[in-house]
Design a protein around this ligand. Structure first.
Ligand SMILES: C[S@@+](CC[C@H](N)C(=O)[O-])C[C@H]1O[C@@H](n2cnc3c(N)ncnc32)[C@H](O)[C@@H]1O
Length: 264
């Protein structure tokens, strides 16, 4: 479900870099510099690498024309969500929206909900801005920054109605599993940002990651599984089958949804 390189590409220089240098990660196989303390080393583990990708002319135009209105700068200070969106409404955080196909679909379905969407892949950010323009959406704000830092520094406890994490990078190799988003410390922090009754919805097409998600979400004391049998959930109707997922389904690949909510 990752964004694919685009063919109709604008020169990279057409777009100012959006993602701060601090968000950049080393390639997974790059030799790591000696880290004096383990906490420092821990902070360097990111759930993404910044992939090369070309921004199309349309995406570049959307960035120029709509960026000022819909891009939210990262600041390591609490965010006023009412001021950000211009009115009070439930807020859903999306981590890693890729090219924004599902994001725009869901935002159009739920105009009374606000969507705070984090992504670090610049063509994807341009692609979602383009969809926002084409569909006239006003309930999305994009933070072009590491969602983990946004969560830690900008979002207050009990501020979110929901969290969407669709097809997070599976990091197949065992030595990269530490980069997976769905791990106990992050899930604990996400759960703490939810209002009671608020939900976390994850989806993946990689079964071993689905199993890890189920184990981690089940083990978080603040959360309970919305699936009646305590396992995987049926795909909630708001989550569309994207083009990429449709192709996988046609090839017989599985997809697993997990929906947990904060109990108290
Ligand atoms: C496999 S793609 C899935 C994209 C999309 N959700 C979909 O279903 O097609 C995962 C995306 O998550 C983004 N990502 C991973 N970790 C992130 C983080 N910590 N903050 C923001 N975006 C992140 C990556 O850049 C990538 O675009």
């Amino acid at each position: 479900m990752c964004p694919r390189p685009d063919s109709n590409a604008a020169p990279a220089s057409a777009v100012q870099p959006l993602v701060a240098a601090s968000a950049h990660a080393l390639p997974p196989d790059a030799p790591s510099a000696p880290a004096p303390d383990p906490d420092l080393r821990q902070r360097r583990i990111r759930s993404y690498v910044l992939r090369a990708g070309r921004t199309t002319q349309g995406q570049a135009r959307a960035l120029r024309e709509l960026g000022a209105r819909f891009l939210l700068p990262y600041r390591a200070e609490p965010l006023d969500l009412v001021q950000t969106f211009g009115r009070a409404a439930p807020v859903v955080l999306e981590i890693g929206f890729g090219m924004g196909e599902a994001t725009a679909h869901i935002a159009a379905l739920m105009p009374a909900t606000h969507f705070l969407c984090c992504e670090v892949h610049e063509p994807g950010i341009g692609a979602l801005l383009k969809r926002i323009g084409e569909q006239g959406l006003s309930n999305i704000r994009i933070c072009a920054h590491d969602a983990v830092e946004v969560l830690d520094h900008m979002l207050a406890p009990a501020s979110l109605a929901g969290v969407h994490i669709f097809f997070p990078d599976p990091w197949h190799k065992t030595r990269h599993h530490k980069r997976r988003l769905i791990q106990p410390p992050l899930v604990a922090r996400l759960a703490q940002r939810l209002v009671p009754g608020g939900y976390i919805h994850c989806a993946t097409d990689w079964q071993p990651y689905a199993e890890q998600m189920l184990e981690v979400l089940r083990a978080e004391p603040l959360l309970r599984n919305r699936a009646p049998d305590g396992g995987y959930a049926p795909r909630p109707p708001y989550r569309p089958l994207t083009k990429f997922e449709n192709r996988g389904v046609r090839l017989g690949h599985g997809v697993w949804d997990l929906v947990f909510e904060r109990g108290e």
